[in-house]
Design a protein around this ligand. Structure first.
Ligand SMILES: Cc1cc2nc3c(=O)[nH]c(=O)nc-3n(C[C@H](O)[C@H](O)[C@H](O)COP(=O)(O)OP(=O)(O)OC[C@H]3O[C@@H](n4cnc5c(N)ncnc54)[C@H](O)[C@@H]3O)c2cc1C
Length: 322
């Protein structure tokens, strides 16, 4: 059985205390959240912090609220809390979709949203979901807080803009009318990391509801077509997408009709922007194919949700519309 190397342990009692501990113990100190990534890395000697600063007691970082027109998620929110949140699902169904397929209940009960993002694994599911939603990260430092767009959060594999001495405290997503979102993932087995996954978000002109796809010629495509896309977000993971996003596909969709043709082109653009690598999860060509196909599927579901609910589902978990 692998055992981590000797390490000092400190338990933070507040965000201010955690920041003070980070300052005191210097760059070799690390935040301990759920520990589901950090502890295995310490066992493998891929991480050798000198001090762990445990933030698990900080209830002030564990919440999901709607404040000032934004969904705000505390960094210590567990995966299971996000999965169970009716508020999150109502506004951004992509989060519920993604949490349904992240790991298993044991990992979800303990692993945190902030830990997942700060781990910055290139296959992380929530990175794609938050990229699609164009979220903002709030980072605390000794002088106050700063905000960073989700797409500027990562500086490379396993690297973020969170500096030694800083803590990710919150993720914010602006709630806009006419929105719908969805997540599509292909893994080798249930609870596994993705071979490829895509989160999409659409915001329709005119608020989304009653877009009348069938009236605009969408009936022959299952009634899905309809409306003009005011804005789109496409987040991809495990397929080598720069900043976990497909900026060119989003640009193409902005102002375009919400049709199968538009989604097919967006899928092609998304796939072309990726640089997947062949590994034990699959060959690069297959992953590129997934990037295209999962973009199309997630856009279809996002559109159906935008047209029906204007975002998520009334009262909780998203229901899919045919
Ligand atoms: C068996 C298994 C299966 C998994 N499957 C999936 C999957 O399918 N999809 C997926 O996306 N993920 C998956 N994961 C990853 C899992 O979601 C993450 O490991 C976990 O949630 C990370 O969060 P944590 O709270 O445990 O972070 P920790 O392990 O505690 O921390 C991870 C890193 O982030 C830093 N950190 C943590 N919180 C903060 C903060 N607030 N501010 C600054 N730095 C911070 C730590 O110092 C550390 O460097 C899986 C993990 C396991 C063990």
């Amino acid at each position: 059985m692998q055992v981590p190397a000797y390490v000092e342990y400190e338990k933070a009692t507040s965000v201010a205390h955690a920041l003070a501990l980070l300052d005191r113990f210097g760059p070799e100190a690390r935040i301990l959240a759920g520990g589901h990534s950090l502890i295995p890395m310490m066992k493998l000697r891929l991480a050798q912090p000198e001090t762990l600063i445990d933030i698990n007691g900080l209830s002030e970082l564990s919440y999901i609220t709607v404040t000032a027109g934004e969904l705000r998620i505390g960094a210590l929110t567990r995966h299971a809390q996000l999965l169970d949140s009716g508020e999150a699902a109502r506004h951004f169904a992509v989060l519920h979709d993604a949490e349904l397929v992240i790991a298993d209940p044991v990992v979800r009960n303990w692993g945190t949203v902030g830990g997942s993002l700060c781990q910055a694994d290139p296959s992380e599911d929530l990175s794609a979901a938050f990229a699609a939603l164009k979220a903002t990260m709030v980072i605390a430092h000794p002088g106050g807080t700063r905000t960073v767009p989700a797409r500027d959060f990562y500086t490379g594999p396993y690297e973020t803009v969170v500096a030694p001495g800083e803590i990710l405290t919150e993720i914010r997503i602006t709630i806009r009318p006419g929105g719908g979102s969805a997540y599509e993932k292909v893994g080798r087995r249930a609870g596994d990391w993705p071979v490829g996954a895509v989160g999409s978000a659409l915001w329709l002109d005119g608020g989304g509801l009653d877009c009348g796809g069938a009236d605009r010629g969408g009936a022959d495509r299952g009634g899905l077509d309809g409306g003009i896309i005011a804005d789109a977000g496409i987040g991809l993971t495990a397929v080598g997408a720069p900043h976990f996003a497909a900026a060119g596909a989003e640009e193409f969709l902005r102002g375009a009709p919400a049709t199968e043709e538009s989604f097919a082109r967006a899928g092609e653009l998304a796939a072309a922007s990726c640089q997947p690598v062949s590994d034990q999860r699959g060959p690069a060509d297959y992953k590129r194919h997934l990037a295209c196909e999962l973009t199309i599927r997630s856009l279809r579901r996002a559109l159906a949700r935008a047209r029906t609910h204007g975002g998520g589902a009334p009262g909780g978990a998203p229901q899919d519309e045919g």
